[in-house]
Design a protein around this ligand. Structure first.
Ligand SMILES: [Zn+2]
Length: 68
């Protein structure tokens, strides 16, 4: 079965870097981050942005279910 969220997972930052969604957000080495694969590249988001991204995805999915 095709999954629409197969490209999304949690991982851990191996080194400190900026969040892809907001460059003011710093993900520290060892922090959990949301990993989203887009084609051959990967984007990483801090937990704060991950929550918004996941909730916005969920509301999109819910609206699709509502229209079954
Ligand atoms: Zn962020």
């Amino acid at each position: 079965m095709k999954s629409i969220v197969k490209n999304v997972s949690w991982d851990v930052a191996l080194q400190s870097h900026k969040c892809k969604r907001n460059l003011k957000h710093i993900i520290a080495k060892g922090d959990r981050r949301l990993k989203i694969k887009e084609g051959r590249s990967e984007s990483h988001y801090c937990v704060q942005c991950a929550e918004m991204i996941l909730k916005s995805g969920l509301s999109k999915i819910n609206s699709l279910i509502d229209n079954l």
